[in-house]
Ligand binder design. Structure first.
Ligand code: GLP
Length: 241
């Protein structure tokens, strides 16, 4: 695990965007695994800036998003479909057919999850997987528990996650109770992983991720086992290291 501690959120966003753009410049048809949440917003806006400046071209890039809430329409402002179009896809030149986001409304969820994993495999696997981290150490929506799932699957959101994500909704009651997420196996198979964390609220999760035992109680701790995992954390998120 390589850890970069940067001064603040802006530095984190710039460094992350530089790394993603570098991946795309090195391999124009790179397969990117993308994350949502407030943490990567600054990275996406810097990538949009780099695109408009002619410093990166996404025309051959393929993307797979990590997760989606169950039951929200893709036009719902808190859906991850909406988020991704709002922050990235509407502003760069990734072909629509190259964009993959899990559906939170599939009639046959098991079949959908299987197909999602098949599509990742058919694309050649993920070159660079971006991750945020939940306050409880979740990545994607792989919540702490007795065990972790390998492939894309349906998950019940934990109380902490519902509470943490309620800031985006009018109340905690409106936060969906379930989500679809890529599994830990799909994440760990990525050739490179980039985890971003900012702010004091993530300090404990970052300490457990980096210094704790590898345990399904802290899903991000599995990144200790990945050969090319990079963490970019700001001073506050690194404050307990
Ligand atoms: C959600 C997402 C995660 C994300 C986490 C942290 O639960 N499913 O992918 O990492 O939130 O979000 P934030 O960056 O807003 O703290």
């Amino acid at each position: 695990m390589k850890i970069h501690v940067v001064e603040d959120y802006r530095q984190l966003s710039l460094k992350a965007a530089t790394l993603v753009a570098g991946q795309v410049n090195m391999k124009p048809n790179a397969v990117l695994g993308l994350a949502t949440g407030s943490t990567p917003e600054g990275m996406y806006s810097e990538l949009v800036r780099l695109f408009h400046a002619g410093a990166v071209d996404f025309s051959e890039v393929v993307t797979f998003n990590l997760d989606e809430y169950v039951g929200l329409d893709s036009s719902h402002p808190q859906s991850y479909h909406y988020y991704m179009h709002h922050h990235l896809f509407n502003h760069v030149n990734i072909p629509a057919g190259n964009i993959h986001i899990p559906s939170g409304n599939a009639a046959d969820m098991a079949a959908f999850c299987r197909e999602y994993d098949q599509k990742i495999a058919a694309a050649g696997g993920i070159d660079l997987q971006i991750l945020g981290i939940g306050v409880n150490g979740h990545i994607g929506f792989n919540e702490p528990g007795e065990s972790l799932s390998v492939g894309t699957h349906l998950i019940e959101l934990s109380r902490e996650t519902i509470e943490a994500n309620s800031r985006f909704f009018d109340s905690a009651d409106e936060v969906p109770r379930q989500a679809v997420t890529m599994g830990m196996g799909s994440i760990m198979k990525a050739r490179r992983i980039l985890l971003l964390a900012s702010g004091k609220s993530k300090a404990k999760a970052i300490r457990e991720t980096v210094c704790g035992r590898v345990t399904p109680q802290v899903p991000a701790s599995f990144l200790q086992l990945h050969r090319r995992a990079i963490l970019i954390v700001d001073r506050e998120a690194a404050s307990l290291l």
